[in-house]
Design a protein around this ligand. Structure first.
Ligand SMILES: Nc1ncnc2c1ncn2[C@@H]1O[C@H](COP(=O)(O)OP(=O)(O)OP(=O)(O)O)[C@@H](O)[C@H]1O
Length: 367
């Protein structure tokens, strides 16, 4: 566990970068420091591995004040990943990853075997191992940076804006890769970003800092989004906070309307008077086929002869309500069809039902 105990950092010119910061980053979890530029995120991170020492207060690693540990010993147990990966340009990828094992005096073959194993773990094609950093894309270099930080199997990983320099698609895949790795490795990770989406996606706990190095709020993402501590945090989280919060609400929280689904064998005659503008049409196994607009239904025959509009589905057992919202956007009806894991429709989710679920789960505080 990493503990900040009343930590202040005052630079030589008098700038207070971090002001009496007290928080814990629990073992085996991802703690994210997020906040606007200059709020002291990087300074805080670097006080963990003693690239910077505090002016006042203490940073403890498993209860031991880090300033009592000499930096090389301390850093052996702490992997460090930075923006642009920071690879050695004149070393091949495999040797970049093996840097720390070499320093620790491992024999060359063991160090290289370990490097290859890690390259595979972070999802890199092993054919790239013999290349130099400039021959890799930005996203590939970041994966190498993560592999290098993990090489000596340190219990702690510090990550300073590691994915900021790559495009959004690559960034998403790097984030997913990190979560997958973390599920296997259970490192104690402190992750710095200025991007609130990244923070709520990756963090078990998110520390929002404000300029001057003050901790504004420390909470799990769902609580942070539903109960911002003050106006600063609310503004930093942004207007689409309600949409982000949907990612943390289980599909089971939403109410379904079974009356909006109809089997394809149904006669249209009885449906034309319904007040509902759209009905979800299901095949004989109960799987969705599409949406029928009730105004356009012919006077006779079954739904089998009716043109159907596209639909979006979400799996209540597996997906969050964010997936339900995305599914509503795919349907002209503005509703999503909830399905079970066999793809059979369980009912329809309306926008009103989504909004009600959000209010209920968060105690009604979404603005
Ligand atoms: N060596 C230094 N001397 C004086 N002031 C510094 C020094 N390093 C950082 N600062 C100042 O300390 C404050 C916090 O900087 P820090 O780099 O920790 O912020 P940050 O939140 O990581 O910002 P960014 O997101 O822009 O990287 C800033 O006002 C910065 O200008």
């Amino acid at each position: 566990m990493i503990t900040f105990d009343e930590v202040t950092k005052r630079y030589a010119d008098g700038t207070v970068a971090v002001d009496r910061l007290t928080l814990e980053a629990p073992t085996g979890e991802i703690t994210v420091f997020v906040g606007p530029s200059g709020c002291g995120k990087t300074t805080s991170l670097r006080m963990i591995n003693r690239m910077i020492d505090p002016s006042e207060g203490r940073v403890l690693l498993d209860g031991v004040d880090v300033t009592t540990i000499d930096p090389p010993t301390l850093r052996r147990g702490i992997g460090y990943v930075i923006q642009q990966a920071g690879l050695f340009p004149h070393r091949k990828i495999v040797d970049n990853v093996a840097t720390v094992p070499y320093l620790l005096g491992w024999d060359k073959k063991k160090a290289r075997d370990r490097a290859m194993e890690l390259l595979e773990r972070v999802g890199l094609d092993l054919k790239l191992a013999g290349r130099y950093p400039f021959q890799l894309s930005g996203g590939q270099q970041q994966r190498v940076g993560v592999a290098r930080a993990l090489a000596a199997d340190p219990p702690v990983l510090l990550m300073d804006e590691p994915f900021s320099a790559v495009d959004p698609v690559v960034r998403t895949s790097l984030q997913e890769e990190l979560l997958r790795l973390q599920a296997e490795l259970n490192k104690t990770i402190v992750f710095v970003t200025h991007d609130i989406d990244e923070a709520v996606k990756l963090g078990d706990r998110v520390a929002v800092l404000r300029v001057g190095g003050h901790l504004a709020q420390l909470d799990d993402p769902a609580t942070l989004l539903s109960r911002p501590a003050d106006d600063f945090v609310r503004e930093f989280l942004g207007r689409d906070r309600g949409i982000r919060r949907l990612s943390f609400v289980s599909g089971h929280e939403v109410g379904l309307r079974a009356d909006l689904t109809v089997p394809v064998s149904t006669e249209t005659a009885g449906l034309r008077d319904t007040a509902e503008p759209w009905l979800a049409v299901l095949d004989e196994d109960g799987r969705p086929l599409g949406w029928a607009r009730t105004d356009d239904l012919p006077a006779s025959g079954t739904l089998a002869g009716v043109p159907l509009a596209p639909y979006g589905t979400f799996d209540r057992g597996r997906d969050s309500l964010r997936a339900a919202l995305d599914a509503t956007l795919l349907s002209p009806s503005g509703c999503a069809i909830a399905v079970d894991d066999a793809g059979r429709a369980e009912g329809v989710v309306t926008r009103e039902a989504l909004s009600e679920a959000l209010d209920r789960v968060a105690g009604g505080a979404h603005a």
